[in-house]
Structures are given as C-alpha cells and as structure tokens.
Design a protein around this ligand. Structure first.
Ligand code: GLY
Length: 366
C-alpha cells in the first residue's frame, strides 16, 4: 500500500498527466502515437503514415522499424545486446485493432525487423506465435535475409560482461592468468583497456555499465487514427545476457501488448517477467473498458506488479517496469513503478508535428 505522502505525490503527478492528456485526439480528431521514451522518431513516423492515410498497424511498425534497423540502439532489433552465448535473440508482437488480429515472434535470430515478421505471422498463417528457428525459417521463406545482428559495439559489451563474471575465488576463463590475479587489486578499466585496445574509452565505460546493469530495453508504440482505429506493436532484444530461449513479455499477447478496438491499447517496457505474471496489457485494457482513465488503468497494473512482492518496497526498488495506454477517444497515459528510473521517466507522444516527451504517473517514489 502507498503511504499518504506517496499517494499525494502520485495524485499530483496524475493531475499533471491529466492536463497533458486532455482530449487531444480520438475519432474525428487528429492521429496520435504514443510510445516508450526511445520512440520520439517512431511516433513521428507513425503519425506521418497515418496522416497519409496509412493503416494504423503499418504506421506503428514503420515507426519502430527505425529503432530495429538502428545499429546504435542496443535494446531493439539489429545491434541489440545478445544472449549469454553472444547471439542476438529478438521478440516482437503486433495487434491490428480494425481486424482484431494478432501476430508474434519470439527468440527469433538473424532477422533485423521482428515486428514485420510478427505481422507476416498475422497476415499469412492461421497461427499467432512462432518461436526460435521456426520463426527465422518462416521469415526466410518470405524472402528475408538471415543476417548477423551482432554489431561490434554489442559484441564488445558481451565480451566485457563475460570478463566481468568471476567465481568466488575471483577467476574467470575469459581473461588471462595475469588479469585474473590482478582482478581484485585494481579498477577494471586498466584490464579492459588491455583486453580491448581498439575500443574507445566511451564505449568501454558504457560496456562496463551494461555488463553490470543488464537492460530490458524495448519499444512499445500505439497508434490511433482520425477514424478511431487503433493498433500496436512491441519489439525488443529482451534482457541482455539472458539464457538462450528466454522470452520476455514483448511477444506475449495480453502482456507486452494488448489492443481491443472497442476500448484502446496498452503495452509495456521493463522487466518482462513481472508483466507476464499480471498480464499487464490486458489488465489495463480491461480497466479502461470499465471506464477507468488510462492513467488510473496503468496504476492498476502497477499495483498488481507491486502485489507480486507483497508491496515490499526494498525488493521492488531493484525492479523497473513501465506501462503505456491509449484509449480510442485519444486519452492516454504512461505509468512507471518508480519515480526515479532514469530514462524511463518520460514517454513519447506525437499528435502532429514534432514528437514530445511527457511525464508518466508513478506508483512509488524512492
Ligand atoms: N520487456 C522486455 C523484456 O522483458 O524482454
């Protein structure tokens, strides 16, 4: 349970979000796209496509393709941080509101744009979800190239992670005896500079940070056109250094994404395992169906996440999760478990022109 101060703080945030969100889009109004904060360009693209008369799902997929194809984005698509074996393994799902259909791929390898393959599953099969090698073969059958998705930057971060692992005795097979013996005695950057002489300092510092703070990345993007049609997509390279075969919430219909054309859509970023356990996307859409505003709906899902740990805040303080919700009348919101979770203290919105960042509501403040 939140204490009184937390509730007041949260309520104040709600009031701010309400002002920002007030009736800007919806049926007969202008197209709108919202996403996680990494989606400023994605939302702009999605709105452009919708303004040109494009389908809402084509619009949000075109948006997230920007990140999937960007080698410098290390949490989505090509260039994503790999699994523990150094292989990039991607998850994505799509839902097309107008036809109430869904498609998804999980643990797919070698294809830069898993969101497009999720749509292919939706359009060209009777299935909803394909995983692993079956998903890659399906993409290849449809003319996609199997490519190496591991960029030099992501490979460096993976190797730095491998070097950072130590037995209780301090040993690691991925470094020399000399460096093993020095491991406790000096800051890691001396050793890392020796191990990666061609990698610049900025990349090394980043790689060390990623090795010690593996991310969940992800983009969720929801798009609503002027006819009130809505679709959504969620795509990710998932948890960095995961066990091969680990699937997060992003490809799970009802968790990382859910769209009901009668109500709206919702999606998530952050620790996917938490979201799967509360079916967050579905929970939010069902709350909105009861007439709850998106900002209260995302808080409802966050409270369910909190309950997974009996509202144990010290334990929850190690976890991060964010939800995004867009109703078919154009009302929207995002919510974060914690007020201070770095980059995720915002979400992206575009309803024409430049995209902007807005503040999410939050359940707890540290
Ligand atoms: N939310 C992304 C993941 O857990 O893989």
């Amino acid at each position: 349970m939140m204490n009184r101060r937390e509730w007041l703080t949260s309520s104040a945030a709600l009031a701010g979000a309400a002002t920002a969100a007030a009736g800007q889009s919806g049926k007969g109004k202008k197209p709108i796209a919202i996403s996680s904060p990494n989606g400023l360009a994605a939302c702009a693209k999605a709105v452009q496509v919708m303004q040109a008369g494009g389908d809402t799902l084509d619009a949000v997929i075109a948006g997230v393709n920007i990140l999937e194809l960007d080698p410098n984005d290390t949490s989505v698509g090509y260039g994503g941080l790999p699994n523990e074996e150094g292989e990039v393994e991607l998850d994505a799902s799509v839902m097309h509101g107008p036809t109430r259909r869904a498609g998804s791929v999980a643990a797919i390898h070698g294809i830069k744009t898993p969101s497009k393959i999720a749509k292919l599953v939706m359009d060209h099969t009777t299935h909803v979800m394909l995983v692993g090698e079956g998903a890659t073969k399906f993409a290849v059958a449809h003319g996609y190239q199997r490519e190496d998705l591991l960029t030099e930057k992501a490979r460096t971060a993976w190797l730095v992670w491998k070097e950072s692992l130590r037995s209780p005795g301090g040993f690691n097979n991925w470094t020399s005896f000399d460096k093993n013996l020095r491991a406790d005695a000096e800051p890691p950057f001396e050793r890392l500079r020796e191990s990666f002489p061609n990698v610049n300092e900025e990349t090394l510092q980043w790689a060390w940070h990623m090795a010690n703070h593996p991310t969940y990345g992800t983009i969720n993007c929801l798009g609503l056109n002027e006819k009130g049609e809505i679709s959504g997509v969620t795509t990710t390279s998932g948890l960095a250094w995961k066990i091969p075969g680990r699937i997060g919430d992003s490809p799970i219909i009802g968790a990382g994404l859910f769209v009901d054309p009668d109500v709206g859509g919702a999606g998530s970023t952050g620790v996917g395992e938490l979201n799967i356990r509360v079916a967050g996307g579905h929970t939010i859409v069902e709350a909105m169906r009861r007439g709850v505003h998106p900002r209260e709906a995302v808080l409802e899902a966050l409270k369910r996440v909190s309950k997974l740990f009996n509202d144990d805040k010290p334990m929850l303080s190690k976890l991060g999760i964010e939800f995004y919700a867009l109703r078919t009348d154009g009302e929207y919101a995002a919510g974060s478990l914690w007020k201070s979770t770095g980059d995720y203290q915002a979400f992206a919105v575009n309803d024409g022109g430049e995209s902007r960042l807005e503040k999410p509501v939050f359940l707890y403040e540290k």
